[in-house]
Design a protein around this ligand. Structure first.
Ligand code: 3NM
Length: 215
């Protein structure tokens, strides 16, 4: 199973049923896989555990067929049950060392960070990569901290010692700038799952990101 980390690929997609224009999860994720997205995170807040488990089983199959990395948000138990490639936790979730003791050495652990102190701490805690955000304001995540802007991203790009993914309010129109500030992997939720034509949107986002990487 692929152990793909941010930095090894450009786009990191995250699911959100509420933003997917009423389309079934399978359709949304198949489109993302068809567009060549190589990391997919399952992030659903409103379902019961049993329903989440079923959805994760489906996504495990789709990502495996596509050779993509599959990460489950928050739910360590579900990640283990479906043999996901990784689990992603936030600062308020189960601490990374506790997650590591459950999942073993192989599973990828991602940690959301919002401050240099948190980024500095992440490696010693045992995280494999960090989320850096929210770069811009976003309505997608409840209880999100204030946008960190480019200041924190610049700091991580210069001083960070782990692979990182920029997240929060990233769109076609601003992703080139995010890349110019050092991001080599960006996570987008509403901009991808909310697109009427997901495949074309991924292509547009990639193209814009590459412009920022050379510019
Ligand atoms: N985590 P959109 S921001 C899931 O800063 C998530 O850690 C964030 O959604 C963080 O691309 C965020 O629609 C939501 O703005 C990003």
């Amino acid at each position: 199973m692929p152990r793909i980390l941010p930095g090894e690929t450009d786009i990191y997609a995250i699911t959100d049923a509420g933003l997917s224009l009423g389309r079934p999860l399978e359709e949304v994720v198949s489109a993302l896989m068809g567009a060549g997205v190589r990391i997919l995170q399952y992030r659903e807040k409103k379902l019961k555990s049993g329903a989440m488990l079923e959805e994760c089983r489906l996504l495990r199959r789709l990502t495996r067929e596509a050779g993509a990395c599959f990460i489950v948000n928050d739910h360590v138990d579900i990640a283990m049950l479906v043999q996901a490639d990784g689990v992603h936790v936030g600062q308020e979730d189960l601490p990374v060392p506790a997650v590591r003791s459950l999942v073993g050495p192989e599973m990828i652990i991602g940690l959301s960070t919002h401050l240099p102190e948190q980024a500095r701490e992440a490696r010693s805690l045992g995280a494999d990569y960090i989320g850096v955000g929210p770069i811009f304001a976003t309505n997608t995540k409840e209880d999100v901290v204030d946008p960190v802007g480019y200041e924190y991203l610049d700091w991580v790009a210069r001083n960070g010692d782990l692979p990182f993914v920029a997240i929060g309010g990233i769109k076609r129109h601003n992703i080139a700038e995010v890349a110019r500030h050092g991001a080599r992997c960006c996570s987008l939720v509403s901009e991808l799952v909310g697109a009427p034509d997901i495949r074309t949107r991924v292509e547009d986002v990639r193209k814009a990101m590459r412009e920022g990487m050379v510019g």
